[in-house]
Write a protein that binds this ligand. Sequence first.
Ligand SMILES: [Zn+2]
Ligand SMILES: [Zn+2]
Length: 286
Amino acid sequence: MIFLERIGPALRGLTRLLGLDERRCLRCGAAFAPSDDDGTVDGFLCASCLAALPPMRGPRCRRCAHPFPGAAPGAPALCGDCLRTPPPWRGMACYGRYEVALRDFLLDFKFHGRFVLADAAAPLLLDSLLCLPLPDAIVPMPLPLSRLRARGYNQVQELALALGRLLDLPVRPDLLLRPSCDAPQSRLHAKERRRNLHGSFIAPAHAGGLRLWLLDDIFTTGSTARAATQALLSAGAGRVDLVTLARTPLEPAARPDRKPALSLPPAATAGNAAPEKRPECAGNPD
Ligand SMILES: [Zn+2]
Ligand SMILES: [Zn+2]
């Protein structure tokens, strides 16, 4: 045992020296050697790509990840929308803001069929998932059947499979179906989205009693997630938590459907807000 403890680091050093642990970054193709030292512990992305995909930092609504700039780190709070109309899911984990490199990363993943990026994206979620209890299964957000036929794949299902492999959790796309041919949500306003989505999800009765992570790639207004969660709960799911890779920025001026937050946590005093070491959980178990 002592022999192994002594020879282990030496063997790792030799492997690195000979370049045997070199990998290709899934995002940019650059060669890199995974290392705890330079932050490439993801194992699929090089250090510069990981640095370009920063996690969301700072206090935010624990039900929808709406950021609270200037608020004290760790202060529990709900945004105005979640106070007025609480989302049906219990907790939410979200990795980063849907902007700059993370947006390009997801668009590449979503529209160019680069499924291999699912393996790079799944480890990004791990820290943010610590705030949620482990589920019985992961349910990927389904595409409407017409769009699934046109695109030929559901990138969220690929992400769910990668996350399931990573955490040894079952993935259950059969628990949530979306047969209707609704218009693409990205072209609709918030009210139109809610109307468009009403009744468009079907969850079979065997979702009964299960604790589920509902996984999506991007959170925008939350209309899709609300409709999907309600379908799962109507089918008897014991608990639904929402997990997304990214959420759109939510500056009130840029989002006419979003009112300013009603319940802000106490503001941090100047110079008193310590920088966070890791992404804060957006949703804690109730
Ligand atoms: Zn890279
Ligand atoms: Zn909220």
